[in-house]
Design a protein around this ligand. Structure first.
Ligand code: PAZ
Length: 314
């Protein structure tokens, strides 16, 4: 590590410490810790260590007021994270699904886009009826979801704000550290780069009578290097990089790989992220393309990443 990288790590460390000290306390922090403890205990049992993966999914919000009326958000739907969580469970991993409230959920992606109220009906005796064209899909979703949860392979932890996201990520990372190299982070969430620090945030709704709003956003401290170096140093880390400009994508992915010590960076462009991603490691750049509309790109992606993870373990 050269001196620039070393001082960068120190800055990340002190930035992270100060962020957590000043963040509003995590609601249900004790309950989340309990759930994590139980999930970890259950999955540590058994002779062969099971792989465990933390999948982050959806976008974080940046509140503008402490009693939040307005917030800054981003486009992420959570579809990538939800689909990937399913394929990790299928590959035998225990999955901690850290997701934005209200975003796509594993096993619900195939359900009709219409709300339940549109496609579920009541018969004359007020029993719930699912029309035949949806019944098989709904049955499959219910069966697979309950199997994953019943087998102790899926734990869902919701977040909304950037404060909640980073606090939960830290809790998860320190809880699964005991899995060592068998743990993986798959960081598909679109995490805000800028935020309003809690202590400088308006307490009440910002009043329009004050005229045009002039607001300064601070940079969110870079937690990836803290995750890698302090919270879960033996874990296999996969981060995602989204750009809109194709000319800078791979360069940015290479930089993230080096700067934060990631094992893999998955690079994608806003214009076609559902169709194509590039797996970037120190030695390779592998393009993964969706083969047909009926296929999830995440199936191939998770397949390749679990192979890389096995190589890493071995
Ligand atoms: O959540 P989604 O399926 O709509 O989008 C997935 C994605 C584009 C947010 C993800 O692939 C990604 O690139 N996440 C990291 C974004 C970033 O902070 O650069």
């Amino acid at each position: 590590m050269d001196s620039t990288e070393a001082s960068m790590t120190e800055m990340d460390h002190s930035g992270a410490t100060s962020f957590f000290q000043k963040a509003p306390p995590l609601k249900n922090g004790d309950l989340i810790s309990e759930k994590l403890k139980e999930f970890v205990r259950r999955n540590l049992e058994g002779v062969t260590p099971r792989g465990i993966v933390c999948v982050t999914s959806g976008g974080t919000t940046v509140p503008l007021e402490q009693r939040c009326v307005r917030y800054i958000d981003n486009f992420s739907s959570g579809h990538r994270g939800a689909a990937s969580a399913e394929y990790f469970v299928k590959a035998g991993y225990a999955v901690i699904f850290v997701h934005r409230c209200g975003s796509y959920q594993p096993y619900c992606r195939y359900l009709p886009e219409d709300s339940f109220l549109d496609f579920v009906q009541l018969d004359e005796a007020s029993n719930i009826q699912v029309p035949d064209d949806h019944a098989a899909t709904v049955r499959k979703a219910i069966r697979e979801y309950h199997k994953a949860v019943g087998d102790g392979l899926l734990l869902k932890l919701p977040f909304t704000t950037i404060f909640e996201y980073l606090q939960i990520l830290q809790l998860v990372a320190t809880s699964i550290n005991c899995f060592g190299c068998h743990s993986m982070f798959y960081l598909a969430a679109a995490v805000s780069d800028f935020y309003v620090p809690w202590e400088s945030m308006a307490k009440h709704k910002i009043q329009s009578a004050g005229g045009p709003l002039d607001m300064r956003l601070n940079q969110v401290p870079k937690m990836l290097s803290v995750l890698r170096k302090e919270w879960a140093p033996a874990a296999f880390c996969v981060s995602f990089k989204l750009e809109t400009d194709p000319d800078i994508l791979t360069q940015k992915a290479d930089a993230a790989l080096k700067k934060y010590g990631m094992h893999v960076v998955v690079a994608n462009l806003l214009a076609n992220y559902k169709e194509e991603v590039v797996i970037v490691t120190q030695n390779e750049k592998t393009t993964v393309r969706r083969k047909s509309k009926d296929e999830d790109l995440e199936e191939q992606l998770v397949g390749l990443l679990t192979e890389r993870h096995s190589d890493y373990i071995n």
